[in-house]
Design a protein around this ligand. Structure first.
Ligand SMILES: *[C@@H]1O[C@H](CO)[C@@H](O)[C@H](O)[C@H]1NC(C)=O
Ligand SMILES: *[C@@H]1O[C@H](CO)[C@@H](O)[C@H](O)[C@H]1NC(C)=O
Ligand SMILES: *[C@@H]1O[C@H](CO)[C@@H](O)[C@H](O)[C@H]1NC(C)=O
Ligand SMILES: *[C@@H]1O[C@H](CO)[C@@H](O)[C@H](O)[C@H]1NC(C)=O
Ligand SMILES: *[C@@H]1O[C@H](CO)[C@@H](O)[C@H](O)[C@H]1NC(C)=O
Ligand SMILES: *[C@@H]1O[C@H](CO)[C@@H](O)[C@H](O)[C@H]1NC(C)=O
Ligand SMILES: *[C@@H]1O[C@H](CO)[C@@H](O)[C@H](O)[C@H]1NC(C)=O
Length: 754
């Protein structure tokens, strides 16, 4: 930690050490990332994000710019006279982005008003597609009560937007609220698309990639009938908050997203007056909050009442792979939906295996063909093999572009079809590939069954493929997607991350008519990028009903009303069909209708977070993140991570009893009475004091404590899950409790008494 103090001598080293984590858009690329390297940096100039003390009070935008210039060498760069100052921030923090040499940065750092500097990082943009889908039911009472999100502005930091798409028609959407200060530079701006701005140096906001169009329409796209990706998934599409306004901040190009542009986008969004910020991007790995401009910028946003929703990352199922894990962010994991692009494999022995296919290209046929599998050609590397004509090949998906192109070649060599099975890691969670040809994708387990079938001598090893349209009500659902990044957070293990699970596998949403990675007006892609805007849309709906609620209150409302079981009361499963745990799915699966009326909320304000930042990072962290020179850690109560008033509870289990305090605010009927209901494994004893909470006013706060002791749990790092619910006549306010064994573990279990 000490290394990260603002230290002039250490700074260049620190900067180099920090350069490795590469942020990326959080949708899944099965293919090799296209690494963007700006053409060989001829000079020693590098782009830095520099945080400095604020300008004298009252400085306007030009005043900020002049102030920032005082930190910089007066010379321009090279013969071209390129300016040094690239972005001048006024909202996210006092600071700027500039081109400097290392020696120049050292000089800037000697200015007593210098705070901190980060090298600008290039977020890789990953390319790929898979076809198709998204399922939304029209008109629950809650949806119309929330006016479908009317009056709320959802800002997205993304690749731009295809403004002409029918998802961005404005029928039924009123003009933006008076507070809106943004501008719109797109081919079509209307009451739906009220803001469009590019921070990447082009003058439009056109989406050459598709990602930003997809996420925008998921969060707040209007109703469109006849949405379909090449004929599959036909139906009415809409975003979660179809009545809300959209503001797009284009911070990524096909080559990637520069962190300085992302921060510039946040700065503009805060200034413009958005209510919700949706970030389907992030670092590849989590970074200390005080070295993470996105976390710092987001803190500024939440201090101004903007809720910030971020993707958890796509590095699952590796434990601790979560990114965007600051407690003030709402961090979203990805799961499946109950919809399937059905395609079956019928075997010669009469068995039927259910698979999926995005391109339902051939007509169902009962004609069987030989099914071929070869261990050496496991990945479909059959090039030059003429014996494959007229056969169906069984291959393992290896998520490479090379494999996809080999499959295309094989098809043109007369192969009837390919059955592509998931690898062991993906298990039952099938990531659908874009394709024009007869590819049916099946789970890892079905892959093994098919291999066994081809090896069995009794059977004729024949198979036929049949397409069966889009099926709904598929079970089990939701299932955590294999790629969804897992907790616990390395930075903040005492705060449960991810927060929430939302649909992110094989999601259908709007798409530009033509991109390098897909065509058509709707496309199916997957990632925590796709899960994020679902939750941003839900936040917009809650904001529409409760415009005065803080970001923490909205988050609490969403997190304490989640589904922890599926629609038939079974556990939510992971990609291996094991029971998903808190580090896979967070507090549970999003349930918009209940979130509007949570009964109680766990609220937090900037000062609470400041106490936490002091505990975690001390004064230098506070100065970097809070940007309020009148606040110092000496004046604040330090708030230990586990004591932060978060709607989920993480308790360290030690040999001693441990007590966690929480404060709830009544947002339900004025007169309400809640009783504590604790659900924990037998190895734990939990006492809640007091056991009932009686309220007589809306807005009234009550504090309670949860004391925990465990028995016979001695494996360091092991965690067990339980819950605390405050139950009234009308409400269940549920918080998962994660008990983490720390230190030497808990006291031994008492000897059996018999
Ligand atoms: C969904 O509801 C909206 C708003 O009431 C309406 O315009 C639209 O036609 C509905 N769509 C369907 C498929 O029912
Ligand atoms: C995937 O399989 C193809 C053969 O279809 C092979 O050429 C390629 O190297 C494999 N890639 C990876 C990453 O395993
Ligand atoms: C589908 O076919 C078209 C034209 O035949 C081609 O341009 C496109 O790249 C193909 N898409 C995929 C995903 O193979
Ligand atoms: C096709 O789907 C229907 C449900 O819509 C189902 O009853 C039927 O068994 C399926 N057929 C095949 C061949 O999978
Ligand atoms: C719910 O989950 C259980 C397993 O936990 C599964 O057996 C069941 O099919 C699921 N139901 C639905 C509707 O997904
Ligand atoms: C800075 O903190 C002080 C003390 O809590 C507070 O009164 C003041 O409003 C804060 N200033 C800003 C700009 O947030
Ligand atoms: C929790 O609350 C109890 C009772 O109000 C108090 O004695 C204790 O100091 C509090 N603990 C923390 C960590 O705030």
């Amino acid at each position: 930690m000490a290394l990260f103090l603002t230290n002039l001598i250490l700074l260049p080293l620190l900067l180099l050490a920090n350069f490795s984590p590469t942020p990326s858009l959080c949708y899944v690329s099965p293919y090799a990332a296209r690494v963007h390297q700006s053409a060989t940096q001829t000079s020693a100039y590098r782009t830095y994000i520099v945080l400095v003390e604020p300008p004298p009070p009252g400085a306007d935008e030009e005043g900020h710019r002049r102030w920032y210039q005082t930190f910089l060498p007066s010379s321009h760069i090279g013969e071209s006279g390129e300016p040094r100052l690239l972005h001048s921030y006024t909202e996210v923090f006092s600071g700027f982005t500039a081109k400097l040499t290392e020696a120049e940065l050292d000089a800037v750092a000697k200015n007593p008003r210098f705070v901190r500097a980060f090298p600008d990082r290039m977020l890789q943009l990953m390319t790929t597609h898979t076809p198709e889908f998204l399922g939304l039911k029209n008109g629950t009472g809650f949806w119309s009560n929330a006016g479908y999100g009317k009056g709320v502005i959802v800002g997205l930091l993304d690749t731009g937007i295809y403004a002409s798409h029918s998802s961005f028609d404005d029928h039924g959407v009123p003009p933006p609220p008076m507070k809106w200060k943004g501008s719109c530079k797109a081919v079509r701006c209307n009451n739906k698309l009220i803001g469009a701005k590019s921070l990447v140096g082009d003058d439009g906001s056109y989406d050459y990639d598709g990602h930003g169009t997809h996420t925008s329409s998921t969060a707040a796209g209007n109703f469109v009938t006849g949405a379909s990706d090449h004929g599959v998934g036909m139906g009415t599409a809409s975003g979660i908050a179809p009545g809300a306004h959209i503001a797009m901040y284009k911070v990524c190009t096909a080559e990637g997203c520069e962190e300085s542009a992302v921060v510039a986008g946040m700065d503009a969004a805060i200034k413009d007056g958005v209510d919700v910020l949706s970030l389907s991007l992030g670092s590849r790995t989590s970074v200390s909050f005080r070295n993470d401009p996105i976390a710092i910028g987001a803190f500024s946003a939440i201090s101004k009442g903007i809720i910030v929703v971020c993707a958890a990352g796509n590095r699952g199922p590796i434990p601790q792979s979560i990114t965007n894990d600051a407690p003030w962010l709402l961090t979203v994991a990805a799961g499946s939906v109950d919809r399937r692009f059905d395609a079956g494999v019928h075997l010669g022995n009469g068995k039927h295996i259910d698979g999926e296919a995005l391109a339902q290209v051939t007509k169902p046929t009962s004609k069987p063909y030989p099914l071929l599998y070869s261990e050496e050609r496991r990945y479909c590397n059959y090039e030059g093999d003429s014996s494959i004509a007229g056969k169906i090949l069984l291959c393992e998906d290896n998520f490479s572009k090379v494999q996809q192109s080999k499959i295309r070649n094989i098809m043109s060599a007369g192969v009837v079809g390919v059955v592509l099975f998931n690898n062991r890691i993906c298990g039952y969670s099938t990531f659908l590939h874009a394709s024009n040809s007869s590819i049916v994708q099946v789970t890892a387990a079905d892959g093994n069954a098919l291999i066994a079938y081809t090896a069995s001598t009794e059977s004729s090893s024949a198979a036929s493929l049949a397409y069966n349209d889009t099926q709904y009500g598929v079970r089990p659902a939701p299932v955590v997607a294999w790629f969804s990044s897992r907790g616990p957070s390395k930075r903040a293990p005492g705060i449960l991350k991810p927060d929430i699970l939302a649909p992110g596998l094989n999601i259908l949403a709007a798409w530009p008519p033509s991109t390098s990675s897909g065509q058509g007006l709707f496309n199916v892609i997957s990632g925590t990028s796709m899960a994020t805007p679902h939750v941003s849309g839900v936040a917009a709906l809650i904001k529409a009903i409760h415009p005065d609620w803080s970001p923490a209150a909205i988050k609490s409302a969403i997190l304490t009303t989640l589904d922890i079981v599926n629609s038939t009361s079974g556990s939510i499963l992971d990609e291996q069909y094991k029971k998903a745990d808190v580090y896979d799915r967070g507090a549970g699966h999003v349930n918009p209708a209940r979130a509007a009326d949570p009964g109680l909320v766990y609220d937090l304000n900037s000062v609470d977070y400041a106490g936490y930042i002091c505990w975690l990072l001390g004064d230098s962290g506070l100065a970097t993140i809070m940007r309020n020179s009148s606040l110092t850690c000496a004046k604040l109560a330090r708030v230990q991570e586990v004591q932060l008033n978060y709607p989920t509870i993480t308790v360290p289990l030690t040999s001693m009893q441990f007590t966690v305090n929480r404060t709830v605010t009544n947002v339900g009927p004025a007169d309400s009475k809640f009783k504590a209901k604790v659900d924990v494994p037998r190895s734990l004893t939990v006492r809640v004091v007091p056991e009932t909470l009686s309220f007589s006013k809306i807005g009234e706060k009550k504090t309670f404590s949860v004391s925990v002791s465990g028995h016979g749990l001695d494996k360091e790092g092991v965690h067990v899950e339980g819950s605390l619910s405050w139950v009234s006549e009308k409400h269940v306010v549920r918080s998962p409790i994660v008990f983490v064994v720390t230190g030497g573990g808990t006291a031994p279990a008492p000897a059996p008494s018999s």
